[in-house]
Ligand binder design. Sequence first.
Ligand code: HEC
Ligand code: HEC
Length: 355
Amino acid sequence: MKKTLLIPVLLSVGLCAGSAAAQLTDMEKLGRHLYQDKNLSFNSSQSCATCHHRSAGFADPTNRRDPYHVMVSLGDDGISKGGRNAPTAAYCNFSPILHRNEDGEWTGGMFWDGRASGWSDNLADPLAEQAQGPPLNPVEMNMPDVETIVLRVEAANYAPLFIKQFGADAFADPDLAFDNIARAVAVYEGSSELSAFTSRFDNGMLTEQEASGLALFRANCTGCHSMEPVEGVVGPLFTNFTYVNIGVPVNEALLEDSGSVYEVPDLGLGGFLGDSAENGKFKVPTLRNVARTAPYSHNGYFPTLTSIVSFHNSRDVADWPEPEVAENLSTAVGNLGLSDQDISDIVAFLKTLSD
Ligand code: HEC
Ligand code: HEC
C-alpha cells in the first residue's frame, strides 16, 4: 500500500476546524466561560480546563508532562490529590444514560465507575450530572456549597450571558441555577470544540504502518473500543460505553503518595452499584486523542501507550503483577498473541486519532 499524505486536504480541514470553533452557539459560549472559570474553585486556582485541557486531549496536562510520576490531579487546596486518573472530557456527550444493554451489560454513564448515571430527575443527563461533581469535590475544586458556586457565577463578567439564556431571575433559586450551570457546561462539552472529529484517521490518510495497525485494531480491540457507526455521530467513538475488568494492577506509586485518596481495591462500577458481580469493572474509555492523555487506565498505572497495549496483549502470559481486583476478569484480553511489531503498528494507529 502507498503512503497517502494529501497535503491540500489537510489544509482545507484545518480551515474548517477553525471556523467550526468560531461558530459556537450562545449556550456553548456560556458553557465555555464556565468551563474555563477558575472562580468555580474555592481558592480560584483551577477550572475544569485545568484538569481537562485541550493541550492534553482534554485530560490533565500535568499528568501528560510526567506520566511516570504524576498520575492523578492536584486539587484546589494544593495538597489533596484524587485517586483516579483524569480521563478526557471530549467525546463524552455520546455516553447514554446508564442502563443495561440487550446483553445485560451496564452501558453509559460518566466517570470511570459510572456514578454520574443520568438517573437524576432534575438533569437526566450523565454529562450535566458529572459537571456538578468537581466544584463540590473536596479533592478537586473544593467549594463549600451550591450557594457559593452560584454567587461566583452571578459576580462573573459573563453573568449577562447566563441571564440571557435562563431569564432575569436566573440566580433566584440556587439549586435551579446550579442545574443550569451544569447544563451549559455539558452543552459546551458536546460542541465541536471538544468533539471535533478532525483527526488524521477521520480524514483517511494513514501510512502503511498505521493502516496495518488499524487492521490489527479491528481484529483485536473493537469488541470494546467500538468502531461501529453510531446514528447521528460523524465517526466511530472507540468505546461501546460498557464496563470491563481488564485486570489493571494496583498502582503502588500512587498508593505510597500520601496526598492521594487512592485506596485499594478500587471496585469501580461494583463499588457504585453495590453489586459484587460488577467489581473491578471500569468504563471502556474512548481512544480519541489518546496519544495526548498519558498516563493510562483508571489508576494511571501505565505511563505509555506501548505499555498499556502490551498489557492487553500479554496479561495472562507474561510477568505482570496481580490485578487490583481479581474477580470478574475479562478473558477477551490477556493473551492476544500480538508480536512486538504488531504492537508498534497499533500504537502508530492510535496516534492518528488526535484532533
Ligand atoms: C482537579 C482536577 C479536576 C477538575 C478541576 C475537574 N475534573 Fe473532571 N475529572 C477529573 C478526574 C480525576 C476524573 C475521573 C474521576 C472518576 O472517574 O472518579 C474526572 C472525570 C470527568 C469526566 C468523565 C469522563 C468520562 O469519560 O467518564 C468529565 C466529563 C469531566 N471530568 C469534566 C469536568 C468538568 C466539566 C469539570 C469542571 C466543572 C471538571 N471535570 C473538573 C479531574 C478533574
Ligand atoms: C474486553 C474489552 C477490551 C478490549 C478487547 C480492549 N480494551 Fe482497551 N481498555 C478496556 C478497558 C475497560 C480499559 C480501562 C481499564 C481500566 O482503567 O481499568 C481500557 C483501556 C485502554 C487504553 C487506555 C485509555 C486511557 O485513556 O486510559 C488503551 C490505549 C487501550 N485500552 C487500547 C486497547 C487496544 C489497542 C486494544 C486491542 C489490542 C484494546 N484496548 C482492547 C477494555 C478493552
